[in-house]
Design a protein around this ligand. Structure first.
Ligand SMILES: Cc1cc2nc3c(=O)[nH]c(=O)nc-3n(C[C@H](O)[C@H](O)[C@H](O)COP(=O)(O)OP(=O)(O)OC[C@H]3O[C@@H](n4cnc5c(N)ncnc54)[C@H](O)[C@@H]3O)c2cc1C
Length: 417
């Protein structure tokens, strides 16, 4: 089944063209090849050497075409090898890209590298751009973001205890992190540290992000933390007297918390648009199965009211999630304060994603949880999204605080906003 993308009158010609060109590559070169490209369809860990080689070759071919059609790195400006899209354009492109899980990586968008690229772009010096950002964008280097700690609440970044102390021209870092995604492959980590003054005193509440090459002495990867019962590259890492040059710090001392917010704020909108794209895929799969699967009495599933309810409810869930996300993206684009809406979509969209995929799995029966379809992986992603980038409860608290602040100031909520 192919993705059905048509020009949308409400969006500009340029982004319509980009969406059509993206869909064309996904429909012709990625969807028919998913079985060969990604482990969730093929035999994963047991894939033969030839299959791994073939997948690599296929990926290169697709990436070459993506670059030729100037669809590479939608999240980066043109001068850094990207497409130079506006916020809205990028969001709309993500919806199409996420139809095939993993496709974004063939268009140069790979988490956590893409988030790190944005941080390097905004906070990095020209030297850091040359040394770290350029190879990250070329795809010749990998990176990771190391903030969460096992002994402190990740949902409260102020609780982080990893410390960096200046000693001459070097930062000396000590701490314990986990869930540093891509930790094995990354050549460097961006590490969130509580930074003190040169003598170890001063305002230690300040956070600073520091670039740490993985091979620096004292960087000890304890393990990849298994996730959902499978081995993973979300690494547990001990930083034991790790020394890096002072110039590896990103931005001014004390800007680490703001940099993390910059990374997550916009990222949440893009993640939600990804979820919407994946929901459309789950929806297509569900409807397709309902139209073809015969059950008791020779009737098709589509003739059963339970299943019709699944289809109708999923349509409502996707449209609600999509419109909320677009509304939030529009606020970002126009410079209005998007914080309440970012929290709202961060809660609502993964819940809808979870519901839609859950129904699609139900309709497919055993095949729904098999590795022959993307649904099982989507289901796990949807669940994980409810705790990553700030758990639901924290965002609910933020929404209520923002609203109450206005009412305490004598204002009511602006319905049109
Ligand atoms: C697959 C995956 C990949 C990840 N990748 C990265 C990465 O690359 N780099 C990185 O640094 N981190 C990463 N993380 C970590 C992620 O950002 C954290 O898990 C998240 O921030 C939550 O922190 P925590 O796990 O410490 O949960 P905690 O902060 O301990 O929270 C646990 C639960 O407590 C509840 N809770 C928390 N605060 C409140 C409150 N104020 N009121 C009521 N209830 C509350 C919520 O239900 C929450 O789910 C990843 C996580 C996963 C699952």
């Amino acid at each position: 089944m192919a993705m059905n993308v048509k020009p949308v009158p409400a969006i500009d010609d340029e982004i319509n063209e980009i969406r059509l060109a993206t869909a064309e590559i996904i429909n012709t070169q990625i969807l028919p090849m998913e079985g060969k490209l990604w482990g969730w369809v093929s035999d994963g860990a047991n894939a033969s050497k030839e299959a791994v080689e073939e997948a690599r070759e296929l990926r290169h071919q697709i990436q070459d075409r993506v670059k030729k059609e100037k669809l590479w790195a939608p999240h980066l400006p043109r001068e850094f090898g990207g497409m130079g899209l506006s916020f809205m354009q990028h969001a709309y492109m993500n919806e199409v890209l996420a139809y095939s899980p993993g496709a974004a990586s063939l268009f140069g968008v790979v988490a956590p590298n893409s988030g790190n690229q944005k941080i390097l772009l905004k906070y990095g010096t020209p030297e850091q751009h040359e040394k770290w950002l350029k190879p990250l964008t070329d795809g010749t280097m990998q990176s990771a973001f190391s903030m969460t700690e096992p002994d402190n609440a990740g949902s409260d970044p102020r609780s982080i205890q990893t410390r960096a102390v200046l000693d001459g021209d070097e930062w000396v870092i000590n701490g314990h992190k986990w869930f540093t995604s891509n930790g094995f492959a990354a050549e460097f980590y961006i590490v969130m540290c509580r930074t003190a003054d040169a003598d170890g005193a001063g305002d230690t509440d300040k956070m600073t992000q520091i670039i740490v090459p993985r091979k620096t002495p004292g960087v000890n990867i304890v393990r990849g933390v298994p996730v959902w019962g499978k081995a993973s590259s979300h690494c547990e890492i001990i930083y034991d007297n790790v020394r890096v040059p002072k110039e590896n710090q990103l931005g001014r001392t004390g800007t680490g918390h703001q940099a993390a917010q910059d990374r997550l704020g916009a990222g949440r909108v893009y993640h939600c648009m990804n979820s919407v794209g994946s929901m459309w895929r789950a929806f297509d799969l569900m409807v397709e199965r309902a139209m073809t699967r015969e059950v008791h009495g020779g009737e098709k599933l589509e003739q059963k009211q339970f299943i019709q309810g699944f289809i109708a409810d999923s349509y409502i869930d996707i449209q609600a999630a999509r419109l909320m996300t677009i509304h939030c993206a529009e606020k970002m684009e126009t410079g209005a304060d998007p914080r309440t809406d970012i929290s709202a979509i961060k809660i609502f969209v993964p819940e809808m994603y979870h519901r839609v995929v859950d129904r699609a799995i139900q309709v497919w029966g055993a095949a729904g949880v098999s590795g022959d379809l993307p649904l099982a992986n989507m289901y796990l992603s949807a669940r994980t999204l409810r705790l990553a980038d700030g758990p639901d409860e924290v965002h609910r608290i933020l929404i209520a605080k923002n609203i109450l602040r206005r009412y305490h100031a004598g204002e009511t909520w602006d319905f049109g906003n």
